[in-house]
Design a protein around this ligand. Sequence first.
Ligand SMILES: [Zn+2]
Ligand SMILES: [Zn+2]
Length: 237
Amino acid sequence: MLKATALIDLILPASCLLCSDQAARDGLCLDCHADLPWLDGPHCPRCAIPTPLGEVCGDCLQHPPAFDRSYAALCYQWPVDALIGHLKYGGDWSLAHPLGAWLAHIATADHCAPDCLIAMPLHPARQKLRGFNQSLEIAKVLARQWRRPIHPSIERLVDTPSAAGAHREDRARQVKGAFRLRQPLSGQRVVLVDDVMTTGATANECAAAIKAAGAAEVEVWVVARTLKRGGMGNPAG
Ligand SMILES: [Zn+2]
Ligand SMILES: [Zn+2]
């Protein structure tokens, strides 16, 4: 079903990204779309990690995050991990559109529209190296769907290393003070968009900065959620 070689040849708008059949939905054929590792079971409303009955998880009870809710479309596993890797490290930013569409796919009428979106910023040095911010490209898909603006005035002051192998406490130390808002967000409901949530520490630090700027509420929307705690082997925070 999934061909690794298909990853080499991703920019074929009429073809499925994964099997080269005709694309029918958001860059995939219907079979591959259905086979994606959707994270659609019960999960912690705060951090989107699966929990048996959809209750708040132990980590969020013990250390309530600065964000109010999280939504993740997919599990961070094959083929999502490969596609996100290809987007970030292979420089194929055309993948941001299908990934954004898969994230937008989980939004229902129950989701109250935010006042604005914020894309998880990259440090300027990293953005210069990569040429684009994958989270901003993904956020643009949601912004178009919700007809809401992307708030531009956030900056990343610290270029943090990959979270691979980091535990949440280590990651929290690495990202401490990493974000700053240049304009107030008084009373606004903000959706923070990122590609992957691993330990949740980066989203937590960013949400804390957004709240410090006056936001009333912060939801985190990520394409994929790492299910294993501790961020082992994953390239995001
Ligand atoms: Zn397919
Ligand atoms: Zn949780």
